[in-house]
Ligand binder design. Structure first.
Ligand code: NAD
Length: 480
């Protein structure tokens, strides 16, 4: 008899315990070779004052077992509390979030019967870096961090996944018409790495129209790869238009660890009533079995689940008078799946997972050494003065090659000859650059700050302006 694979599990909050119990009963009946170590995470842990929602002992289990099946948890709202999901994903380097969203028409009601889409969401970077500051009375900022290694990893993962799962097309979604550096890097990496996969079709949509098409014509997409925040939004839209958020599972994959879950949350309003659909967590568990190489058991469960859906045995969220036969509770649904283990679907295509569909390790990133040259500095000020008054205090300062070129407020040029229509906050960006882009030194910046300090202005942040291999590494202000 094969040895059982130890994994870590968490029953979570809200509907978590019900759907986990139901899912485990199916895994057991199907003969999954698994051994469980249970950790406590979420609401109870937050209430003990642990702001991350997870204790050190739980990390030990995760690091030892490397595979985590997690029921949803409730994130208390309010300051000081961190999202446990984000913490786990980032700490364990789970860079790829894989979210298949498929419709099961005519058995589960949907306007999109041909939808069969996999969303690959970058899982560690973007605004989820969680670096936010209040800089002035009027202004707060969040840093959107996009890295080349992070972008390369997720884009390559998407193309490898497409090949392994015999998918034909990968669509990239960004907003690089506005965020030319951050989203622009992601799009560029998509184009570069895409060249290594001539067998896969590629296209790109600007996020807003892309989302509109996901909601209206999802069948036009095969796979989508995108940044963290966009992927979060798109996958909830996609799961819901496929039929219910209750039927979609998700895999979070890293080089050394993996976490599997439902895409939905802890749904506290329906907790404890035995009405939640366990299918989302079950789909996550099926992805986990494939990841662990237990492809036969994964296929058996996937086919029994399809047969249950075809037989019209449905939980409340997917029940409809036209398409359903029996309305069942959470555990009863699981029992019906168990009763069909070994049976194949009649209408849907039989699922056969093979070793090739197992997630894989990605190639290591090879760093680039671009020639970096500093040619200026943005100095951010907290000031209630009018733009011309700010300029009057600092436009006469010349340090080496550095001189004031432009002042902007909320990104709009307000000096020289600035827009008079825009309203100004107390947050100014003063751009000092050398004419002809000649190089400047750190000492120049230190001296510049010392001069500004003498004017009594309050500087709150600096950002150096550099070229990389001669290309500007910063965006121009509107009107610059
Ligand atoms: P939610 O996904 O928990 O629920 C939204 C609604 O969807 C529910 O009211 C319910 O009607 C329906 N629903 C969700 N899952 C279902 C299921 N399995 N069966 C039937 N119907 C289902 O979203 P929410 O209410 O915004 O969030 C509740 C809590 O979950 C919050 O604290 C949130 O932070 C947390 N959350 C956790 C995760 C996670 O652990 N991965 C993900 C998202 C949200």
């Amino acid at each position: 008899m094969p040895a059982k694979t130890p994994i870590t599990i968490a029953y979570g909050d809200g509907i978590g315990p019900e759907i986990m119990t139901a899912t485990l009963s199916i895994l057991k009946a199907a003969g999954a070779e698994l051994e469980y170590e249970v950790i406590e995470i979420g609401e109870k842990v937050y209430k003990r004052g642990v702001s991350t929602g997870i204790e050190d002992s739980a990390w030990e289990s995760l690091r030892k077992n490397r595979v985590f099946l997690k029921a949803p948890i409730t994130t208390p709202q309010g300051g000081g509390v961190k999202s446990l999901n984000v913490t786990v994903r980032k700490t364990l380097g789970l860079y790829a979030n894989v979210r298949p969203c498929t419709s099961f028409a005519p058995y589960i009601h949907t306007k999109h019967p041909k939808m069969d889409l996999v969303i690959i969401r970058e899982n560690e970077e973007d605004l989820y870096a969680g670096i936010e500051h209040q800089q002035t009375n009027d202004v707060v900022q969040a840093l959107k961090l996009i890295s080349r290694p992070g972008s390369e990893k997720i884009v390559r993962y998407a193309f490898e996944y497409a090949r392994a799962h015999k998918r034909k097309k990968v669509t990239c979604m960004t907003k690089d018409n506005i965020m030319k550096l951050t989203d622009g890097l992601f799009h560029r990496v998509f184009n570069e790495i895409g060249e290594e996969y001539p067998d896969i079709q590629k296209d790109h949509y600007i996020l807003d129209i892309g989302c509109a098409f996901v909601a209206e014509k999802p069948e036009m997409f095969d796979m989508i790869v995108t940044l963290n925040l966009y992927g979060d939004v798109i996958s909830d839209i996609a799961a819901q238009v496929a039929g219910s958020v209750g039927i979609a599972g998700s895999a979070n994959i890293g080089d050394d660890f993996a976490m599997f879950e439902a895409i939905h949350g802890s749904a506290p309003t329906i907790a404890g009533q035995n009405i939640a659909n366990p299918s989302g967590l079950l789909q996550g568990a099926i992805q986990m079995l494939v990841h662990l190489g237990q492809t036969q058991v994964a296929s058996t469960i996937a086919n029994a689940w399809l047969r249950t859906i075809e037989d019209g045995v449905h939980t409340k969220d997917i029940y409809s008078y036209n398409h359903s036969h029996d309305l069942v509770g959470t555990q009863e649904f699981a029992n019906e799946v168990i009763a069909r283990l070994g049976k194949l679907p009649d209408h849907f295509k039989e699922v056969t997972f093979s070793a090739e569909t197992k997630p894989f390790k990605t190639v290591r990133y090879s760093p680039r050494n671009q020639q970096k040259e500093m040619i200026g500095v943005d100095i951010f000020l907290d000031s209630r003065l009018a733009p011309d008054e700010v300029a009057a205090k600092i436009s006469g300062i010349h340090i080496g090659e550095l001189q004031l070129r432009i002042i902007s407020n909320r990104g709009v040029k307000v000096w020289p000859n600035g827009a008079t229509e825009t309203f100004c906050t107390d947050h100014y960006r003063c751009r000092f650059r050398s004419p002809n882009n000649t190089a400047i030194s750190h000492n120049n910046i230190v001296e510049l700050l010392a001069q500004i300090e003498k004017t009594g202005l309050d500087f709150i942040k600096i950002e150096s302006l550099c070229t990389f291999d001669g290309t500007l590494g910063f965006s121009l202000a509107q009107g610059e």
